[in-house]
Design a protein around this ligand. Structure first.
Ligand code: PXG
Length: 451
């Protein structure tokens, strides 16, 4: 393996945190964190800098969002200029140029006729927007019985009530009752017995898609409005679809008049070697939720795409009536739109959407070099994503991977992400081969030492 390359020089100075008490941290064990905080103070390219001055290699693109690497000056410049020119403008019954320009730019990236773009501020809002578009579409179409939503076990669709209802992660659901009625879930597709250590798409499991037929029979397909899935499940610990699975879901939806929604919040904007995973898989949804990489993580934003026929169905009735009673104060925020347009320029100029395919086999070989190490029970990969599953300690699920995370952060200057006992990796798309080597070199060493 290569030695760590020289690290970038100029970072900004940091501020000391004097009081940790008042920030109620999201998806964090607050007391554990506050006893030994990990603090990031600046970032550039492939690296964060911690408050104790260490340069930390980013194996996760922040949280799957900084696809072009950190603190890109083109994005900073666009944001700075925009905030000085037009800090905020409503998009309810008003408009500003950048929101329209961005919608046009995004629709040209999206497959088929996913041409209509509804702006949100997060992935959760993009998902709830997608669900609402699906429900309202059927109502506008006079199909008043189509009110059911189908998600999938282990699915993550953000934290809104719509998203957790169709989501399938028990911890994200169980304290928040009631949720949306009329929701059911497909079986998940993780199958270690048949598919452990698969490279790329898994070989077995296309028949998991037939579970949708089971739900159609159970509920009557004419009551089902939409099915929502992540093309690749990220948050739950990287679940790669079986070959042919998404295509079969599409066929079953078509057979029964059900809308198919892809949640591309992590797979969108180049993570798997095309702008969107639907293009890599050649399976086109009717509605698509995106966020994260849309602004390279620099400014919060999400975007939900709908096919023309859906939008057109709403555009009936008197022209002075609002067609879709939905929207956010910050839908299409000018500063976020400026960030997104600059981000698309960077992706374009550097051909970043192709990078994940270029690097895929190198990344795959490096990830699978961990086979046989310590407690590794599965390795999964696709595009620039990898999931490394460790066996759990008896009665203490999640602690082994958490120890790996801590050791990587504090002793090896590497940022990884863990969920349960699964390590999820999703580096910025600008990663170099020697940095890939370094990630898996460190992980091999650390996993070997953690019992
Ligand atoms: N859908 C998917 C598929 C996601 O991965 C969301 C929706 C929600 O997006 P917002 O912007 O509302 O957070 C996500 C978010 C992780 C991790 O560790 C993943 C997410 C968020 C936080 C952590 O994998 N994904």
């Amino acid at each position: 393996m290569n030695a760590p390359e020289s690290l970038p020089g100029q970072f900004f100075s940091n501020e000391v945190i004097e009081n940790l008490d008042n920030f109620w941290m999201p998806f964090t064990a607050n007391r554990q964190y506050k006893a030994k905080p990990k603090v990031l103070v600046s970032a550039e390219g492939m690296y964060y800098q911690s408050d104790d001055g260490r340069k930390i290699l980013d194996g996760t693109a922040g949280l799957w969002c900084c696809n072009a690497g950190h603190s890109r000056c083109e994005i900073t410049a666009a944001v700075t200029q925009q905030i000085a020119q037009l800090d905020y403008a409503p998009t309810f019954q008003l408009g500003h140029p950048l929101a329209f320009q961005l919608a046009e730019r995004l629709s040209s990236l999206a497959p088929a006729d996913l041409n209509k773009v509804f702006f949100t501020n997060s992935g959760s809002e993009a998902v709830d927007t997608a669900l609402k578009i699906a429900l309202a579409y059927h109502q506008a179409n006079g199909d008043h019985n189509r009110t059911r939503l189908i998600g999938r076990e282990k699915g993550y669709h953000g934290v809104g009530f719509g998203g957790i209802s169709v989501g399938g992660i028990s911890n994200n659901r169980k304290a928040f009752i009631p949720q949306l009625p009329g929701v059911d879930h497909l079986r998940h597709t993780l199958d270690l017995e048949r598919n452990a250590f698969s490279r790329g798409l898994t070989q077995y499991g296309v028949e998991f898609a037939d579970d949708l037929e089971r739900l159609c029979q159970l509920h009557d397909p004419s009551t089902i409005a939409a099915v929502i899935v992540e093309p690749i499940a990220g948050s739950v610990g990287v679940i790669i679809p079986p070959q042919g699975y998404l295509k079969r879901l599409r066929e079953i939806c078509d057979r029964h008049g059900i809308l198919l929604i892809f949640d591309e919040v992590i797979t969108g904007y180049g993570r798997v070697g095309k702008a969107f995973a639907s293009q890599r898989y050649d399976v086109i949804p009717d509605i698509m939720a995106t966020a994260k990489g849309i602004t390279n993580g620099a400014i919060p934003m999400g975007a939900t795409f709908a096919k023309d026929f859906i939008y057109n169905t709403f555009m009936q009735g008197p022209e002075h009536t609002i067609e879709f009673f939905h929207g956010f104060t910050f839908s299409g925020h000018p500063v976020a739109a400026a960030a997104a347009l600059a981000t698309m320029d960077v992706y374009d100029k550097e051909n970043l959407f192709e990078k994940a395919i270029e690097l895929e086999s190198y990344w795959e070989d490096a990830a699978h070099s961990l086979k046989g190490v310590g407690n590794v029970i599965d390795i999964r990969n696709y595009g620039l994503i990898a999931g490394i599953e460790l066996s759990s300690r008896k009665g203490e699920p999640g602690t082994r991977a958490y120890d790996v995370f801590n050791q990587c952060f504090f002793e090896e200057d590497l940022l990884i992400r863990t969920t349960g006992d699964i390590i999820a990796l999703s580096p910025p798309l600008i990663i170099q081969k020697n940095q890939i080597d370094r990630i898996f070199d460190i992980l091999t060493r650390v996993i070997k030492t953690i019992n």
